[in-house]
Structures are given as C-alpha cells and as structure tokens.
Design a protein around this ligand. Sequence first.
Ligand SMILES: Cc1cc2nc3c(=O)[nH]c(=O)nc-3n(C[C@H](O)[C@H](O)[C@H](O)COP(=O)(O)O)c2cc1C
Length: 432
Amino acid sequence: MNMKFPGYSISLSFSPLTSNFIKNTPRLQVSISRRSPRSLCTSRFFCAKRQLNDKHEAVAKGYLPPWFSVAPMMDWTDNHYRTLARLISKHAWLYTEMLAAETIVHQKDNLDRFLAYSPEQHPIVLQIGGSNVERLAKATELANAYCYDEINLNCGCPSPRVAGHGSFGVRLMLDPKFVAEAMSAIASSTNVPVTVKCRIGVDDHDSYDELCDFIFNVSSLSPTKHFIIHSRKALLNGISPAENRSIPPLKYEYFYGLLRDFPDLTFTINGGIASVDEVIAAREAGAHGVMIGRAAFYNPWNILGHVDTAIYGAPSCGLTRRQVLEKYIVYGDSVLGKYGHKPTVRDIVKPLLNLFHSAPGNGQWKRNADAAFRNCMTIQSFFEETLEAIPDSVLDSPVSEPSPGRTDLFANVDSLLPPPYKTREEAIVICA
Ligand SMILES: Cc1cc2nc3c(=O)[nH]c(=O)nc-3n(C[C@H](O)[C@H](O)[C@H](O)COP(=O)(O)O)c2cc1C
C-alpha cells in the first residue's frame, strides 16, 4: 500500500499483531524516502550550519509519518515537556509552542533561547504565528538553521492577545487569500513541508462550505497540502482561550467531510481525543493523522507510552518511569539556570507533575513536590526529596494496558456528513 504525507513517499506492508491492546491495529513496515533539500548554502554562516543540517537530515531519514502528534500548547509544550515526551515515545511528532514571527525576528541575536532543541526531539514542528507576510518569511528563514522538520502556521488561536491586537491566529481564517500568500512566502523561505493548523470556523462563519472555501483557497494558491483541523469553531466574543477549547461543540463530521471532498490533501484531526483507542478509531475512520493536546500533557505516560507500539507498530521505548526520571534529571540539571535565573526547578519539573497520573502515591508525591519547590536547588535533589511517595512497583513497571477510550467516537460520523462541497463562485473570485 502506498500512502502520501507531505515530504514523504511511504511504502507500507501490513501484518497483524497479536497483543491485546493493539488488536485491529496493523503492524507497519515502513520505508520512507525524504525529499532531498535544495542547496541553501548562501553564506558562510549558513554553510557552517549546513553541516549540522546534514547530520539532522540523516536523523530525519528514520522518521515515521505524523500519524500521531502532540499539539502545540503555549507554556506547556516547551523544551522540557518535549524532552520528557521524547523519552516516552520515539515516533510521536512534537510541536513547539507557538512562537510569534515578531519575536523570532526581534530576537535574531538570541535565537537559541527560543529555537534550540536537542536532536532527539526530531521529528519536531515549529509553529509560528503572525500576520505580516515579510516577517513570517523572515522568521522562517531565521529558523532554517535549527532544522525543524516542518513549519506550521497558527490559524486557530482565539486568544484576544493574538486574534485581537495581533489580528492573527484564528482571525486569519477570515482571510484565506492572506493565508495563501503567507504560506507561499513561508514555503519559499524553507525546504521543509509547510502546514496550517486551523479551526472549523470563526463566530458566524461556521458553515461547512466556508471551511471548504478556506481549505480550497489556501491549498490551491499555496504549497500547503496538509491541514491540522481543531474540529470546533472559535468564538471571538470574549470567552477565554480555555473556554474556547470546551464551549464550541466538536464537529468531527466537518473533518471527515474534508477528507471526502479534498482527496488530494492530507488532514490531521484534533480536538477532544483523549486515548490511544480513540486515536486508532480516528485513523480507522480515515484520518491521515491524529493530534492530541491536553490528554498528552495531563497523562503523558499512559498516552505517549502506547504511541510507538499501538500507532506505529514499533517497539516501545522500553523504559520504566524510574529510568525516564534518571535521564530527565541529567537533562534538567544540565539546563537549570541556563539563562540567568531561568529555567527554574519549577519550570523543569512542571511536565513531570503528571507523570504519575492516577498511580498509587501520586497525591502524596504532589504534596511532597509543593514542599520541595521551596527549598530544592537541583532537579536531582528535588527527586531525592519527593520520590519516596511513589512505590517501587510504580517506578519500575513498564507502561501498563492503556485506559480504555471511546472506540465508537466516530461511529456515527458518516450519517452526519455535510453535503459534498462544490467550489463556490465566491471562492473562485478570491483566486482571480
Ligand atoms: C495550554 C494550551 C495552550 C495552547 N497553545 C496553542 C498554541 O500555541 N498553538 C495552537 O495552535 N494551539 C494551541 N492550543 C490548542 C491545542 O493545540 C489543541 O488544538 C487544543 O487543545 C485541542 O486539542 P485537545 O482537545 O487534544 O487538547 C493550546 C491548548 C492548550 C490547552
């Protein structure tokens, strides 16, 4: 079977697996060829960085496609979280938090702080935000030296800071022509795939046809062929970003309508998916990729611990939580205070606070952690002081069976599909 994903040509052969939780999930033997990069050696500086790129490209050859990704989440999917996530899953695609193009451009002499990451974090996607084409292009060019595997434009953030004053994030959905222009400029500044993450609508612009007009225009006027769809609309009426992730209802039928109506494009589903069973169900219903946000932060061990086996048919990381912590402590102490007083012990420990989600001892461990934040000066001492609350049986066990999910989450989606999209005159007008 051949399957397309931007930047990849993938040959798959299937043979069944026997383990319980991955029953119905095919084992995939995957061979991937990646597009060879155009030469970008235009300056001495860039040539030096190029050697680094070549090393990263070699790493890139081992990537599997973004069948599973962890969503971009401001203040959550920072370097620390991604380090933890990568220890648990080798194959999940990791997104950065959104970085404003303005920030990248203004901080061009200080970019490591914003853009550097360790090579283990591949495959990794840089999400940028902005509403100025030149700055988006410039930010992409500056980010080239860091060898991200994909550049994603945020067209889904409803935060008033972003959608209001900045007029970017989800507001961009109202101007598909601008998004197409921006994506073309971004694509011409990089040689990695470019993608868009958006909602299914904004305020009253929430019909299926309007969503299709957006996808149609952006995909036909720019090189964007992969869209990540947060399957609820955004409300710009003053509700908080958190409310905007729960109040507007999920409409998975719009997502599956897009799969039907744009068969040449690639779509990743996002929103409200909270278990490995549900990821499998979404893929069985046809989704090319599945992105999980909050559940991967609140329960990283149980979600990410099954991704390599259940989604990719690959071996698991094979680590216990004690081993994950040992590796993380080495990382944490090596970056502690790297930028003056930042990052702090609290910053570095934050993604680990959910590592024992619903495990015996978790409550006591969190109380110990509260106390340890007040006096521990290193990550090592933080764990020495707190870990006694967690039984050895928890620390030394491999990941257990995943929590069951709603395998019928997409069962009725076919009966809810909107009428097929026909390119509308209004849509064609903006192409003229
Ligand atoms: C704390 C937090 C920060 C977020 N920041 C971003 C962001 O920077 N860019 C973005 O596109 N989406 C952002 N999101 C939205 C998520 O990427 C995702 O679309 C949303 O949480 C729905 O997925 P979920 O139901 O799996 O959590 C954020 C979500 C949360 C919870």
